[in-house]
Design a binder for this molecule. Structure first.
Ligand SMILES: *[C@@H]1O[C@H](CO)[C@@H](O)[C@H](O)[C@H]1NC(C)=O
Length: 488
């Protein structure tokens, strides 16, 4: 069916005195080259690599027991693995899967056998490729009285998986259940070690995992609890990927009556290029501390200790060179603290329960900071979504900081970009942005338009930007509306 074409009527609307004016107070700044890479691995001297031969390992002793309480298929191996079999069952070495007796020595023997093999060539220089050898915890619970370390440096492509390690009552309080550290001249001590499907219970004695000077470590699907120091500590090296983990000092599901006493830190990333993804931190004083560059957090849910109790979700302790991306995270009653942020991106994250971002000045630098496209939800207490801590020093070197496009419910919005319109019949218009803008007394650019609704053509000018207040004056009294956009 044919439709009648609509009649288009062009109406010319006389637009009266519309005057636009743009005044730029300052332009954008650029980074200086020295902000890139100092102190990162790019500047490190490549150390001479030494090949490490495994020490001879003591033979399995008389504590041998059948490998498993279940009835095995007749074709399955039933003794400590010969050299051709690359899965080491810890019960075959005498580990007690019921958690009653101490299994430290037995598991260390299984580990020693696993890493002893000749390997299959090299990975990084000096790292023997173990071909994917597995140390299988067979779904048991094992009591451990001292840290599990590999007896040798320079090993790669191995996995410890599938069970629970629990610290004994005399476990050293500064230890880690699994400690990937060794004294070595190698550039990297271990490569591609996978710790998977583990429950690590520190029994309120120390931490769970330490990774030192290692490369491409994978910590996957681990439940880490009862730590008093640090759940996972990564020191130097790079590319430790922590994913799909659940971490809490106390086993709780929120609103815990002991929350104010939560202590310890779930994760410390003391190196570069690491990632924490899809991980929940359900109790600790601090969720994640970042002390290196180019780390990324994604899908991290922190509800470790609420801000009013002194908790921090993510603490960025890399003043002057932050280089951190935090995306798609959930900061739940606990926020983000960033010291002198330089290159920090926080976006697509959800801040619940008055959680906020605190920029803490050390030397007064904030450079290249995006806090954009997040959601903030609070309880109408007037908590600002982004705050400054200038107790040590005022922020005086502020460049390329963008706080904008966040949506806010029950909290006070703060931005580095703001717009407002005032109307009147006057010769002076003041727009006060001090409530909205993040930095006090800092406006780098202003745009305004003055729409005079009468028949007059006033001269007008921007007179002042002091204290985040914009003053525009005309040379006579006119009815006008003035729209101002400012940028810090
Ligand atoms: C604006 O103020 C002037 C001076 O007070 C007055 O003469 C004029 O009528 C006012 N115009 C409007 C539109 O109110």
């Amino acid at each position: 069916m044919a439709r009648r074409a609509p009649v288009l009527v062009l109406v010319l609307i006389g637009i009266g005195l519309l005057m636009n004016c743009m005044i730029t107070v300052d332009a954008y700044h650029e980074f200086s080259a020295e902000h890139y890479f100092p102190g990162s691995r790019f500047g490190e001297n490549k150390r001479r690599v030494q090949f490490y031969k495994a020490p001879s390992i003591a033979q399995v002793d008389g504590t041998f027991r059948p490998p498993s309480p279940v009835i095995l298929d007749s074709s399955a191996p039933s003794s400590p693995a010969p050299s051709s079999i690359r899965e080491y069952h810890v019960t075959a070495y005498g580990a007690d899967p019921t958690g009653q007796s101490d299994s430290t020595d037995a598991i260390l023997r299984a580990i020693a056998d696993a890493v002893r093999g000749p390997g299959n060539g090299e990975m990084m220089r000096g790292i023997v490729n173990l071909g994917g050898v597995r140390i299988d915890l067979e779904g048991g619970i094992y009591k451990i009285s001292r840290p599990l370390r590999l007896p040798v440096a320079g090993r790669g492509n191995l996995m410890i998986h599938g069970g629970t390690l629990r610290a004994s009552d005399n476990f050293p309080t500064d230890g880690y259940l699994i400690d990937l550290s060794a004294s070595s001249d190698l550039e990297y001590i271990y490569e591609f070690v996978t710790l998977r499907d583990l429950m690590l219970d520190s029994n309120f004695r120390g931490g769970a995992i330490q990774v030192v000077d290692s490369l491409r470590t994978s910590i996957d699907n681990c439940y880490i609890t009862h730590f008093t120091t640090t759940g996972i500590r990564v020191q130097a090296g790079h590319e430790t990927y922590i994913r799909n983990c659940y971490m809490g000092q106390h086993i709780t599901a929120g609103a815990d009556p002991g929350e104010k006493d939560f202590s310890g830190t779930a994760i410390i990333l003391g190196g570069n290029d690491n990632a924490v993804t899809d991980t929940v931190i359900f109790s600790a004083a601090i969720g994640i501390v970042i002390e290196g560059q180019a780390n990324t957090l994604s899908g991290v849910h922190c509800y470790n200790k609420a801000t009013p109790f002194g908790g921090v979700g993510v603490y960025l302790k890399v003043p002057g060179l932050t280089q951190t991306r935090i995306v798609n995270c959930y900061l739940d009653y606990t926020g983000i603290v960033a010291e002198d942020p330089v290159q920090l991106h926080i976006s697509s994250s959800f801040f619940l329960g008055d959680a906020f971002v605190l920029l803490r000045s050390i030397k007064g630098v904030a450079n290249g900071v995006n806090i954009v496209d997040n959601m903030f939800s609070g309880s109408d207490q007037g908590i600002e979504i982004v705050q400054l801590d200038e107790k040590t020093s005022k922020f005086k070197d502020v460049k390329q900081v963008i706080v904008d496009r966040n949506n806010v419910n029950g909290m006070k919005i703060k931005s580095t970009i703001a717009r407002a319109t005032v109307e009147g019949n006057d010769s002076s218009w003041t727009v006060d942005f001090s409530r909205d803008l993040l930095f006090p007394n800092l406006i780098k650019s202003v745009q305004y338009s003055l729409q005079a609704t009468g028949s007059q053509f006033p001269n007008h000018a921007l007179r002042s930007v002091t204290d985040n207040r914009i003053v525009i004056t005309t040379d006579r009294v006119v009815p006008a509306s003035v729209t101002v956009t400012v940028d810090q």
